[in-house]
Ligand binder design. Structure first.
Ligand code: XMP
Ligand code: MG
Length: 183
């Protein structure tokens, strides 16, 4: 078994930084929805967004419901192809609801671009995006992201929900992986 400390070369976002930023994001999000008459549905994208989403919604002072989607892009695991397949769909309809999509990371933007179009077609009242991390240098399509935790450089990161081969999601911080872990 690989010990946690041996797999990362650098902590990019510490536990303290995550804690502070989540408080700020939750407040911004609460402000943005508090006067809406519509039902708020928070949609987490499995599996990477789970830790971010749970820690975010517990700090939001709003009535809301939660649902989840799982998507995968066709093609390689580390490069998005832009063709998105829904592996698990929402349990509930979203017509006339305010939908907040919660993602772990926006990279090329292709996944979110697809999701936004897909959910718009279902008649949501509004769609906003909260992402923990943003790699702006990698963007292929423009996506309006409403709430961003941290902008990070173009490095493969793990922790706080993000994985490499399904592992390291339980690191309590965001770290850049050592190159030798890939190979
Ligand atoms: P796109 O390119 O569609 O991709 O914006 C978003 C998805 O790509 C995955 N991704 C990562 N996952 N560490 C990860 O664990 C990373 O550094 C990383 N970069 C992209 C992730 O699944 C995200 O939902
Ligand atoms: Mg993901």
């Amino acid at each position: 078994m690989v010990k946690k400390v041996e797999i990362y070369k650098e902590i990019l976002v510490s536990e303290e930084e995550l804690d502070k930023r989540l408080d700020e994001l939750a407040e911004e999000i609460t402000e943005s929805y508090k006067n809406s008459e519509k039902e708020l549905l928070v949609v987490g994208i499995l599996r990477g967004a789970v830790i971010f989403m749970t820690n975010l919604v517990t700090r939001m002072d709003l009535d809301l419901t939660m649902d989840f989607m799982a998507v995968s892009s066709y093609g390689g695991s580390s490069v998005s192809s832009g063709v998105v397949r829904i592996l698990k769909d929402l349990e509930e309809g979203i017509k006339d609801k305010d939908v907040l999509i919660v993602e772990d990371i926006i990279d090329t933007g292709l996944t979110l671009d697809y999701l936004i179009r897909n959910l718009k077609d279902r008649g949501a009242n509004s769609i906003k995006i909260a992402t923990l991390l943003d790699k702006p240098n990698r963007r292929k399509v423009n996506v309006d992201v409403d709430f961003v935790g941290f902008k990070i450089p173009d490095e493969f990161v793990v922790g706080y929900g993000l994985d490499y081969n399904q592992k390291y999601r339980n690191l309590p911080f965001i770290a850049a992986l050592k190159e030798e872990v890939y190979s």
